[in-house]
Design a protein around this ligand. Structure first.
Ligand SMILES: [Zn+2]
Ligand SMILES: [Zn+2]
Length: 131
């Protein structure tokens, strides 16, 4: 294993153990400070992982900074997502209610929905409360 792929796996494992959080590149650099990963390596690996669909780049309202969140794209093919326009968080809708909603829409419209590519935008519970 080259040093490069090691850095990459440290970065990916950090993000994948926190799938319900978004991190800016700066926060990731700080969190991985102990692993001795340089800032430029973090930025480079983030860009790579994003282009490979291993992580998602999201943006928050009022911030020009990019944030990153781990998503398991193979799991994500099977459900719709909610995306918060305030904090950028992506939520995976794997519950029965979401499945029923998709099913009902399909029944009523005769339209076969590509669930993995479907994202509903709005404001999450946490951000609604923070108003
Ligand atoms: Zn998902
Ligand atoms: Zn939010």
């Amino acid at each position: 294993m080259t040093y490069n792929t090691e850095q990459r796996s440290v970065l990916l494992s950090f993000l994948s153990t926190n799938p319900d959080k978004t991190f800016s590149a700066k926060e990731i650099v700080a969190a991985l400070a102990e692993s001795q990963i340089s800032k430029s390596a973090v930025y480079r690996n983030l860009a790579d992982l994003e282009s490979e669909n291993k992580i998602k780049k999201v943006s928050k309202n009022g911030s020009r900074e990019a944030f990153y969140q781990f998503v398991d794209i193979s799991e994500c093919k099977n459900h719709i997502h909610l995306s918060c326009t305030k904090c950028g968080m992506i939520f995976h809708m794997e519950d029965d209610a979401a499945r029923k909603l998709v099913h009902t829409m399909e029944e009523n419209s005769g339209f076969e929905i590509s669930v993995g590519e479907t994202t509903l935008y709005g404001v999450c519970k946490k951000c609604v409360g923070a108003k």
